[in-house]
Design a protein around this ligand. Structure first.
Ligand SMILES: Cc1cc2nc3c(=O)[nH]c(=O)nc-3n(C[C@H](O)[C@H](O)[C@H](O)COP(=O)(O)O)c2cc1C
Length: 197
């Protein structure tokens, strides 16, 4: 065994669900964590962008977006994705498989978006982006006045990423950083390892 070989965490080590619940805010916290969502694009290059973590549960981590977006084309062709969440002194990298979340979940997530993001989901189009500054301001304000309450646009969609691997990185100014990694096998059982940071 070399110094970089993983060490299997001792029995009784908390599973990923327990650690996730410590690291992530509760689903009703209005301050949502940001994640870098990495996908495999049709060109073969990886692609990446920031999305909000809408919520998480026993199934996985959820994000919401526009069904016409590049990321949706990517995950439709190849559901294998990575999520990277970063906090001061901490990083969580998740590899997993993305699938559409239920209609009920998508509706719940829309209700919990801020009013600004609800409106953005209606106006986030290429034609709106092409308007000049004055028109973008006036059309945004006009839409807001005409729609005091909003329901999801038909393009609103959501995905859940079911993890196959979660890597929790923790820094420590007084000693070496370290990662705790969980891998899910084909039967759904988790194995935990300790890795060099
Ligand atoms: C802080 C921040 C949060 C964002 N949150 C989301 C989000 O939750 N959903 C989303 O579709 N786009 C979000 N975006 C925009 C995406 O990063 C991206 O520009 C957009 O979704 C188009 O990505 P695509 O062309 O790769 O599909 C966010 C951007 C930033 C900077």
């Amino acid at each position: 065994m070399t110094a970089l070989d993983p060490v299997v965490a001792p029995p009784g080590t908390a599973g990923p669900d327990e650690l996730l619940s410590v690291w992530l805010p509760s689903n009703d916290d209005p301050v949502r964590p940001l994640m870098t969502l990495s996908t495999v694009s049709s060109s073969g290059y990886p692609d990446a962008r920031t999305v909000l973590l809408s919520e998480y549960d026993d199934t996985g981590l959820y994000f919401h977006t526009d069904s016409r977006s590049r990321k949706v084309a990517d995950v439709t062709a190849n559901p294998r994705v990575a999520l990277t969440l970063l906090w001061p002194g901490r990083q969580l990298v998740v590899q997993g498989d993305a699938s559409r979340s239920s209609a009920e979940e998508q509706a719940w997530a829309y209700e919990h978006r801020s009013r600004y993001l609800q409106q953005l989901s209606w106006l986030n189009t290429a034609s709106f982006a092409a308007l000049d500054g004055a028109a973008r301001l006036s059309q945004w304000a006009e839409f807001g006045h005409e729609h005091p309450s909003l329901t999801p646009p038909p393009t609103w969609t959501g995905f859940v990423v079911r993890p196959v691997r979660l890597t929790f990185w923790e820094g420590d100014p007084d000693t070496a950083s370290r990662r705790t990694e969980y891998r899910r096998d084909a039967d759904g059982a988790w194995t935990a390892s300790l890795l060099a940071g």
